[in-house]
Design a protein around this ligand. Structure first.
Ligand code: NAP
Length: 329
């Protein structure tokens, strides 16, 4: 395994992370508990020390599976990331980052994960209806109380990262150490703003959907009606990819992968690992053997020319990921 520094902090995090959205029974494409246990055990045995999840994944089942799977392992050797903010459960206040919501969701996550603390607690999108001081002071209090070690965010705009950073600097709140963007060969919009900003502030960058929800594995062909379980049941896969320009990217990837004698999935992951600014990659493994491909990718060194060739067909996309501001024209 390879390890990187978690942004400005000095903790070492594996460059491959286990993506917990794959665990559970809410959707048919997910790995049920028994398979998830095997993936987690294999990952930990390979030296992976970071598991990413969220309160909302499979309605809390992902956190429960992870909590159960890591029993018997040394908790101090594992880094758990979880998230809060998306709609989960019932009631008028079942989403967002209000103080009331944050307290109840943190307690719920700790309980499901069967742990006393979460290492990287992330806001799961921006909450336009809660004042920044309310949620950042609450999250900072969690760190002071020892229930959270570090703060992170996922899919927000660069100006929001900067607002969080400035509030931390000028008001004494906790600083972000981790940002998780949607980032892969078929979606690179975050290269414009958030990635350079995070590099400047020394915030760790942890892409999610590194294989574009499976689109970059080569299993989907232009002009063929897809029939995989994930395509048929994950609404974000057909809406997120599958445009003609996305097929330009994947066909180019397949061609270069063939020349190099590796699978397209391996090369797509290697492209991310060869970016020096990528701290860790949140792998959406649904089978234990998917981890072998990620480990293989970690050892592939790509030349600047190969990196450029892989990137060549990409065309700018409409922004996807962050929630649009109600003030945006
Ligand atoms: N912060 C956020 O808002 C956010 C959003 C999305 C995801 N995430 C995080 O990122 C993680 C990964 O997301 P993702 O599921 O979209 O990731 P992904 O790795 O892009 O896609 C996973 C899919 O790719 C296929 N796959 C994975 N490894 C493979 C391999 N080696 N060979 C062939 N196919 C392979 C599987 O498809 P099949 O099942 O069809 O075989 C799997 O369902 C999540 O678990 C979660 O932790 C975060």
């Amino acid at each position: 395994m390879q390890y990187a520094k978690l942004g400005w902090s000095n903790i070492k995090i594996s460059r491959i992370a286990l993506g917990g959205m794959s665990y559970g029974s809410k959707e048919p494409w997910m790995a049920p508990k028994e398979i998830a246990f095997k993936i987690i055990k294999k990952g930990l045995d390979l030296g992976i020390n970071f598991i990413d999840t969220a309160d909302v994944y499979s309605d809390g089942e992902s956190e429960k599976i992870i909590g159960e799977a890591i029993r018997g392992y040394d908790r101090e050797e594992i880094i758990i990331g979880s998230k809060v903010g998306l709609e989960f459960g019932k009631g008028l206040n079942n989403s967002g980052l209000s103080r009331k919501r944050l307290y109840s969701q943190l307690e719920g996550s700790l309980h499901r994960l069967n742990t006393d603390y979460i290492d990287i607690y992330q806001i799961h999108r921006w909450d336009y209806n809660t004042d920044l001081d309310e949620f950042l002071s609450t999250l900072s209090q969690f760190v002071k109380d020892g229930k959270v070690r570090y703060l992170g965010a996922t899919s927000i705009y660069a100006f929001q990262i900067q607002r969080l950073w400035d509030a931390a600097v000028y008001k004494g709140y906790e600083k972000l150490v981790y940002y998780s963007p949607r980032y892969n060969l078929a979606y690179r919009e975050e290269e414009r703003e958030t990635i350079p900003l995070c590099r400047e502030l020394n915030i760790a960058i942890a892409p999610y959907s590194p294989l574009a929800r499976g689109f970059l594995t080569g299993k989907y062909k232009r002009n063929e009606t897809p029939n995989t379980v994930r395509y048929l049941t994950d609404k974000y896969l057909p809406t997120g990819y599958f445009k003609p320009e996305d097929f330009d990217v994947v066909e180019n990837l397949e061609e270069i992968a063939k020349q190099k004698g590796v699978k397209p999935a391996v090369l797509a992951l290697a492209w991310l690992f060869n970016k020096p600014y990528i701290t860790t990659v949140l792998l959406g493994a649904t089978k234990p053997e998917h981890l072998d491909d990620a480990v293989q990718a970690l050892d592939i060194r790509l030349t600047d020319e190969e990196m450029k060739l892989l990137e060549k067909p990409y065309k700018p996309h409409e922004l996807m990921g962050p929630t649009k501001s109600p003030l945006a024209p």
